[in-house]
Design a protein around this ligand. Structure first.
Ligand code: DGY
Length: 423
């Protein structure tokens, strides 16, 4: 008799265990992403909690927040153990920070994760103690975002596509296309050694990604001025939605900690109206605003849906989005695609230009439920379960076939399998 087949949840737990490092943090995927990534840490912490390892769940977020800069900025990668597997590495960023980190941030999803740990940890004394220690840091992150990144509509500005977490979404083509590319990449791209080039950003995009890094580095990584210093500044919907939830989630638990919630509530309200201002009436979608190009940009992509997660859509807008999402899934085996599949920029295999992501489906389903679309949310959850059961915990999936693509043994897909998909 052959070995017993592992269940989806055993498999997911195994992925997290394999990706956990002796330093107490969990990498997104071995080889491809060998460091601690900021927004990945949020779902990863929830995954450890769902697996019953509350100590690791808290540790994950504590490690991340221990790398926070004095300004309140939480870096998008922390280079805890230097590895040759990833480009651009600490020397390319040159931030001079200890521990070595990049000099840009990512969506503050770890804040909401910390609040959920605080609410759900069965050991109430531990929850109070560990969340209490994180509190000032989480608040400082939100304060920094609100202070240094507020854009002309009141939504938050990302200064690099990497900050959005949705690196090569078609959304960024316009504003990124205006950034003068550097001539040559200083190092060979390491990502292409494990993932097919057809599933990753192009070299052309990398030459512009590195041009933004160089521009911000030349200005001394001044985290108060990056929206002015860099060649790329776009008010993003999903980034702002995640920050809005972070602020309102912190406000909701503030009284329990004897903290004043009013400044956080005010932040959440301001950010929510910033998102509201990014609604495009004609396209019937929330779209990012390019500050330099002075226009809303890109086709309908995943970033716009996340307005619902922040309760920033009106019921009529939420209804229009839900209908459109249903239409997107017609003709595809699995949803939710990360770009309108009818649009000419849709690429079903290429990273953030079309593939299905577990993280996106989770946030979309939660957003739909908040507006009462429970059956639609349940459908997305069931479809995602089926996808993961068939293709494992991949980085993303081809919506036409369900094939797992990008990195394999991927932590946040595994973590959300445990925290969201397994009953
Ligand atoms: C990458 O290297 O692809 C990462 O997404 C950057 O954060």
């Amino acid at each position: 008799m052959g070995p017993r087949q592992m269940s989806t949840s055993e498999n997911a737990h195994r992925v997290l265990q394999r990706n956990r490092q002796p330093g107490g943090y969990t990498v997104p995927a071995e080889g491809l992403y060998p460091y601690q990534w900021c927004w990945d840490s949020g779902p990863i912490a929830l995954g450890w909690a769902a697996a019953g390892d509350w100590d690791q769940a808290w540790t994950e977020l504590e490690r991340l927040m221990s790398a926070q800069w004095d300004s309140g900025m939480v870096p998008h990668i922390i280079f805890w153990e230097v590895s040759d597997d990833y480009f651009p590495g600490p020397e390319d960023w040159g931030t001079q920070h200890d521990p070595p980190t990049t000099g840009i941030t990512q969506p503050p999803l770890p804040v909401t994760a910390a609040v959920r740990l605080c609410q759900q940890d069965p050991d109430r004394a531990r929850a109070k103690e560990r969340f209490g220690a994180l509190w000032p840091k989480l608040v400082a992150w939100i304060e920094w975002l609100d202070r240094a990144r507020r854009g002309p509509h009141g939504a938050l500005v990302v200064v690099h596509p990497w900050e959005s977490g949705m690196d090569n979404a078609p959304t960024w083509d316009g504003p990124l296309g205006r950034v003068p590319a550097i001539d040559e990449l200083p190092l060979a791209r390491r990502d292409l050694e494990s993932v097919a080039a057809s599933q990753r950003p192009s070299n052309e995009e990398y030459r512009r990604y590195m041009a933004i890094v160089e521009a911000l580095r030349d200005r001394g990584w001044n985290t108060e001025r990056q929206a002015e210093d860099g060649p790329f500044a776009v008010e993003d919907v999903a980034f702002t939605a995640i920050a809005t939830r972070a602020a309102s989630d912190l406000a909701a638990v503030a009284p329990e900690l004897g903290q004043d919630a009013s400044a956080l509530e005010a932040s959440a309200t301001r950010l929510r109206s910033g998102i509201a201002a990014l609604w495009d009436d004609e396209m019937e979608w929330f779209r990012p605003y390019d500050v330099r190009g002075e226009q809303l940009v890109g086709p309908a992509t995943a970033t716009g849906v996340l307005a619902m997660w922040a309760n920033a859509a009106t019921p009529a807008q939420a209804h229009a989005i839900a209908i459109r999402l249903g239409e997107w899934s017609e003709g595809l085996k699995y949803g939710v695609p990360t770009c309108d599949p009818e649009h000419h920029l849709f690429e079903p295999e290429r990273y953030w230009r079309g593939p299905v992501w577990v993280i996106v489906n989770w946030l979309v389903a939660e957003g739909l439920s908040q507006y009462g679309f429970d059956a639609h949310a349940a459908e997305i959850r069931a479809m995602t379960s089926e996808l993961v059961a068939a293709a494992g915990d991949s980085e993303y999936y081809d919506p036409r076939t369900g094939e797992g693509i990008g990195g394999r043994g991927f932590s946040w897909s595994a973590a959300l399998t445990l925290a969201w998909l397994v009953p």
